[in-house]
Write a protein that binds this ligand. Structure first.
Ligand SMILES: CCCCCC/C=C/C(=O)SCCNC(=O)CCNC(=O)[C@H](O)C(C)(C)COP(=O)(O)OP(=O)(O)OC[C@H]1O[C@@H](n2cnc3c(N)ncnc32)[C@H](O)[C@@H]1OP(=O)(O)O
Length: 396
């Protein structure tokens, strides 16, 4: 993992990243939700702001006003703007809530904000309620949200309106999030999705807007990105758990072979339509899938694009356990919280004993798959499939 930052820097120098902003805009990493006795840092505060976006329950107007007031006090200090007019009900209520905080110091407001979000997150998680994605995603929020609580760092794909399709920015951000998680004090790392999908795979619009003459270079830099991305999963040192909250497509399925545990809702499906897209397997699936399910079942999935139900995927060894959708979140998080209390070093070492002897082989397979895919991206079969997807999208 130590090389991720270096690899990112190299790619930036080589122009594969569009701008330095893509790295610096990276959202919250290492959210430490502080207990009441601790002093919240600016980072804790920013992370709490991110966590508010993932609350599963609407906290109600009173709490929202409190959050607003604490936010304003923490960022701007005491309220000294004129009170809105009597008919401006909403802004007047907000002003009242802020003004009521009087001369509360900025640091205390920041701490109170973090504590309030922490208590909301705990009660929202234990309720097990799942709110529709549209209610949870807020305008302007980032496509990846990272939180850390109860010894678990959770990386959430947060682009529910696009079924959590992965953009280049998200590949980079996931790499950075994994690198941070590998060093933080959490015991377990989780990847999950917000909304009704786990992930619809590579964002197919990544293939658009390529200026003439740059197609080959884009395929080359795409293959470098893919290779680096998958390498991070191969090298990840702690128990890595996929909480598959809905259907999974493409690279989000193939990567599951590199996770240590995969929990899925019974609503999830697993689909790798590579041939349909004129593409070929990645994420080391050309090795992990036949090893897991035998070459014939792997061929049905990876070559013929057979879509598996969660139960079928469990029978094939791709999924560890399937849960009823109605209790999925609750059951999985209770279980993960219990596991996260186990001695972290023992878990880390045991994972490495299980995984390390295959690492070199997996890196070689990843390199080979990435370079084959680089060629595939330039093929007519692939171009036609992308045009097909985009024309359906454009209702052509
Ligand atoms: C560094 C590069 C690494 C590349 C690695 C190689 C990776 C390969 C793969 O991952 S291959 C798999 C690619 N994914 C797909 O082929 C899935 C394409 N999407 C779909 O088939 C469908 O959208 C669906 C089955 C996922 C969901 O169908 P439905 O429930 O009917 O919803 P919509 O189609 O209306 O989707 C809503 C909205 O999301 C957009 N969207 C969904 N998936 C993708 C995607 N993969 N790429 C781009 N956009 C996607 C969809 O277009 C809709 O957008 P709109 O509302 O029309 O703007």
């Amino acid at each position: 993992m130590a090389g991720v930052a270096g690899r990112l820097a190299r790619r930036w120098c080589s122009g594969a990243l569009r701008s330095p902003l893509q790295v610096t805009r990276f959202p919250a990493l290492q959210l430490h939700v502080c207990g009441p006795a601790m002093r919240a840092s600016q980072k804790d505060f920013e992370n709490a702001m991110n966590q508010v976006k993932l609350l599963k329950k609407d906290p109600g107007n009173e709490v929202k006003l409190k959050l607003y007031a604490l936010y304003k006090q923490a960022t701007e200090g005491p309220c000294n703007v004129p009170r809105p007019g009597v008919l401006d009900f909403i802004n007047k209520a907000k002003w009242d809530a802020w003004h009521a905080l009087g001369s509360l110091p900025k640091e205390t407001a920041r701490q109170n904000y973090v504590d309030l979000v922490s208590s909301l997150s705990a009660s929202s998680e234990s309720s097990g309620q799942v709110t529709p994605a549209a209610d949870r995603k807020q305008p302007g929020s980032d496509a990846l949200v990272v939180t850390s609580q109860d010894g678990i760092t959770t990386i959430t794909l947060n682009r529910p309106d696009k079924k959590n399709a992965l953009t280049p920015q998200m590949y980079h951000d996931i790499m950075l999030a994994l690198e941070a998680a590998s060093k933080d004090d959490s015991a377990i790392t989780v990847l999950t999705g917000n909304g009704d999908y786990y992930c619809s795979g590579n964002d197919l619009t990544n293939f658009t807007d390529i200026p003439p003459g740059e197609v080959e270079e884009r395929a080359r830099s795409g293959a470098v990105l893919l290779r680096d991305f998958v390498d991070c999963f191969i090298d990840f040192p702690k128990p890595l758990v996929a909480v598959v909250n809905g259907p999974a497509v493409g690279i989000s399925v193939t990567l599951l072979g590199l996770f240590d545990v995969v929990y899925a809702t019974d609503r999830a499906t697993f689909h790798t339509p590579f041939s349909h897209l004129g593409q070929s397997p990645e994420g080391c699936s050309s090795y992990t899938f036949p090893k897991m399910m035998g070459p014939s079942k792997a061929t049905e999935m990876l070559v013929f694009g057979k879509k598996l139900t969660a139960r079928e995927a469990c029978t094939q060894g791709l999924v560890t356990e399937v849960f009823p959708d109605s209790t999925f979140q609750k059951e999985v998080w209770v279980r993960l919280k219990a596991y996260s209390k186990l001695p972290p070093n023992a878990m880390r070492i045991s994972k490495q004993v299980i995984r390390n002897r295959e690492k070199e082989k997996l890196h070689a397979i990843n390199a080979e798959e990435s370079s084959i895919l680089q060629e595939r991206w330039l093929s007519d079969e692939c171009m036609n499939a992308i045009v097909n997807f985009l024309s359906k999208k454009a209702k052509l």
